[in-house]
Design a protein. Structure first.
Length: 193
């Protein structure tokens, strides 16, 4: 008889739970989507400074090492905002290894000049840069760098191409990587002042 009471009690409890669940308001799929969008928005928020974001990316390890060797880590981790045309590891691989070693160990003043040539004061996203280039005409758009030099920007075959003071060019390969103190655009060649 005790087993019958327990079974009957369990059945009544289960029935009550089902009835309550049936009366509960349905979850709106839009609510779930809003929660997902909020989570994605929070995940998309900048997780660190330009240096921290570049370091976490993995494709900019040579740049991060060069920034630290030149003593610019504190500056690029500062308040900003900055726009950095960041050479990828593949871009640095185009430089002779002996030259790169010399720059990072003995000639850090020249290295600092090269690196600051890739930095612009203020935050310039891809849409703003593209609009400026299109508005500048055939001669291209002049970008002033924090190193005191200028870059010429044009759109070539649908891509932004930067020309440096020595006539070398670099193509922007990725845009709008956000950081807490600015924005990063990846470039495929190291620019020379």
């Amino acid at each position: 008889m005790n087993i019958l009471k327990i079974t009957l009690s369990s059945t009544i409890v289960a029935s009550g739970a089902l009835a309550l669940a049936a009366c509960a308001p349905e979850t709106d799929p839009a609510d779930n989507m809003m929660a997902d969008e909020t989570a994605m928005s929070e995940a998309a928020n900048p997780v660190g400074t330009i240096v921290e974001v570049a370091q976490a990316d993995g494709g900019f390890s040579t740049l991060v090492a060069a920034v630290n060797a030149a003593g610019l880590g504190g500056t690029l981790s500062g308040e900003g905002p900055f726009t950095v045309f960041a050479p990828t590891d593949d871009a640095f691989a185009k430089i002779d290894e002996a030259t790169l070693t010399e720059l990072t160990t003995n000639d850090t003043e020249t290295l600092a000049a090269i690196l600051t040539y890739h930095v612009v004061q203020g935050e310039v996203d891809a849409a703003t840069l593209t609009a400026a280039i299109e508005g500048a005409g055939d001669d291209g758009y002049t970008i002033n760098t924090v190193g005191g030099g200028t870059l010429n920007a044009k759109i070539v075959d649908g891509a932004v191409v930067l020309t440096d003071a020595q006539g070398g060019s670099s193509t922007v390969t990725a845009t709008d990587v956000e950081a807490s103190n600015g924005i990063i655009h990846a470039v495929d060649t190291v620019l020379m002042p």
